[in-house]
Design a protein around this ligand. Structure first.
Ligand code: SAM
Ligand code: SF4
Ligand code: SF4
Length: 367
C-alpha cells in the first residue's frame, strides 16, 4: 500500500538571528527557562542525510533524488560543534547525543567523538556522550566509536520480522544486518544498548511481543516510542498511535512487569522491569502522556540552528554568530538568553497553533 505523505515547506531556512544581550549571561551551570527547566541535554545533528527512507521519517515521495540536502559548506564543522558544545556544557548540559539523519554517515565522526568525550561539566565530571543510529554501519564502526570515547549507543529497530522491517526502512535493508550491528556494539563495550522501536498501528504493532521476547535477558533495554506528529511529511494520524499503556498491557500479560523509578528527573522513558529479573524495558509516551514539564532538551541542527522544542517552527542561527567573529562570552550569552526566554510545551498543549506544514522534520533536527 502506498504511504500517504504531504509536501513540506522548506523550513530549514526559517531562522531567527539570536540577539546578544547587553549584559552578559555568564555560564554558571544553572541556566533555567521560564518554566524553571534547566538545559541538561543537547542533541546534535551531524548530517541531514540518511541511507534509509523510513516511511514515517523520510518518505521517498519527499526525500527523493531531487531533494536538496544541505551542501557541505552549510554544515557546522567539528570545530564549530565542539565550540558550541563547550558553551552548552558550561551552561549546565550534561548529556550530548549525536543524531541526524544517520550520524554514522558523517565522515570521520569518530574525530568529533574524541573531542566531545574530553568535555567536563562545571563539577568536573565527564559529559554523558551517546549516539542514535540505524545501525547499518555499526559492524564496521562500533570498535572505532568505542575507541574514540563513545560510551553508549541507541539503535533504532522497528521490527524483527524482516519483511516488516524492509517495508519500514523502504530501502530493502535486512534486519539481520541491524542485529549484527547490535552484536558488534555489544562486543565493543557500548552496553547496555538502548533499542528504540517506534510503533505504528497496523504497520509493526504485531512485532511488539516478538521484540520483547528477543531482547529479554540480553542486557539491552528495549524502548517503545509512541509515533509522534513531528514534521509534516509523514501524514501522521492519531489512530496510528499505539499508546504506552497498551504496550505495557500486552507485554505484561505474557511477561509480568513492575514499574521502576526514573534514573533522573526529566528522563523521557518510563521504566519497567520483568518480575522474573530478565531485564528492563521502557516506554516513551510523547503523545499519550506528554512530559514537557521536565523537558530539558535542546536540539542543534546540522547547520547550527538551535531549536528549543521538537515542534518549534524556527531555529536560532548560532552558526551566524560563530561565523561573524563573536566571542565565546557573546555566544554563551546569546544561548543563555534564548533558553531564559523558552516556554515551549507543545506536547502538553498540542494546540493546532502550529500548522503541520510549519514543523521541522525529524530527519533534519534529529530525534
Ligand atoms: N538515523 C538515526 C536513527 O534512526 O536512529 C538517528 C536519527 S532518527 C531521526 C532518531 C529517532 O527518531 C529514531 O529512533 C526514529 O525512529 C525516531 N523518529 C523519527 N520520526 C519519528 C516519529 N514521527 N515519531 C517517533 N519517533 C520518530
Ligand atoms: Fe533515517 Fe533514522 Fe529517519 Fe530512519 S528514522 S529515515 S534511519 S533518520
Ligand atoms: Fe520538550 Fe517540546 Fe517535546 Fe514538550 S514538545 S517534551 S517541550 S521537545
Amino acid at each position: 500500500m502506498a504511504e500517504r505523505s504531504i509536501p513540506i515547506a522548506d523550513l530549514r531556512y526559517a531562522a531567527v538571528a539570536p540577539a546578544i544581550p547587553a549584559t552578559a549571561i555568564e555560564p554558571d551551570g544553572n541556566l533555567v527557562d521560564r518554566l524553571r527547566r534547566p538545559l541538561r541535554d543537547l542533541r546534535i545533528s551531524v548530517t541531514d542525510r540518511c541511507n534509509f527512507r523510513c516511511t514515517y521519517c523520510m518518505p521517498k515521495s519527499v526525500f527523493d533524488q531531487t531533494y536538496q540536502f544541505l551542501p557541505q559548506a552549510s554544515l557546522l564543522s567539528f570545530e564549530e560543534i565542539f565550540r558550541l558544545a563547550q558553551l552548552f556544557v558550561a551552561h549546565g548540559t550534561e548529556k550530548l547525543r549525536l543524531t541526524g539523519g544517520e550520524p554514522l554517515l558523517r565522515k570521520n565522526v569518530e574525530e568529533l567523538i574524541t573531542r566531545l568525550a574530553s568535555l567536563r561539566t562545571p563539577r568536573g565530571e565527564p559529559v554523558e556522550l551517546t549516539l542514535t543510529t540505524n545501525a547499518s554501519l555499526l559492524v564496521r564502526k562500533a570498535e572505532a566509536l568505542a575507541k574514540a570515547g563513545l560510551k553508549r549507543i541507541s539503535v533504532s529497530l522497528d521490527a524483527l520480522d524482516d519483511h516488516t522491517f524492509r517495508r519500514m526502512n523502504d530501502v530493502e535493508f535486512p534486519v539481520a544486518d541491524v542485529i549484527a550491528g547490535i552484536e558488534a556494539a555489544d562486543r565493543a563495550g557500548l552496553r547496555p544498548l538502548k533499542i528504540n522501536m517506534v510503533v505504528r498501528r497496523g504497520v509493526n504493532d504485531h512485532d511488539i511481543l516478538p521484540m520483547a521476547t528477543h531482547f529479554r535477558g540480553s542486557g539491552h533495554i528495549l524502548r517503545f516510542i509512541e509515533y509522534m506528529d513531528v514534521g509534516s511529511s509523514n501524514g501522521w494520524h492519531l489512530k496510528e498511535v499505539v499508546t504506552s499503556a497498551e504496550i505495557i498491557e500486552k507485554i505484561g500479560s505474557i511477561y509480568p512487569l513492575e514499574a521502576i523509578d526514573p534514573n533522573y528527573v526529566g528522563e523521557v522513558a518510563q521504566r519497567w522491569r520483568y518480575r522474573d529479573g530478565s531485564g528492563e524495558i521502557g516506554v516513551i509516551s510523547s503523545v499519550s502522556q506528554p512530559f514537557c514539564g521536565d523537558c530539558s532538551r535542546a536540539r542543534l541542527s546540522t547547520e547550527g540552528r538551535l531549536y528549543t522544542c521538537l515542534f518549534a517552527t524556527a531555529g536560532h542561527d548560532l552558526r551566524a554568530l560563530l561565523r561573524s567573529g563573536h566571542s565565546d562570552s557573546e555566544i554563551a550569552s546569546a544561548i543563555g538568553l534564548i533558553w531564559q526566554q523558552r516556554e515551549d510545551r507543545y506536547s502538553e498543549i498540542r494546540s493546532h497553533a502550529v500548522a503541520r506544514s510549519d514543523r521541522i522534520e525529524m530527519s533534519y533536527i534529529g530525534g
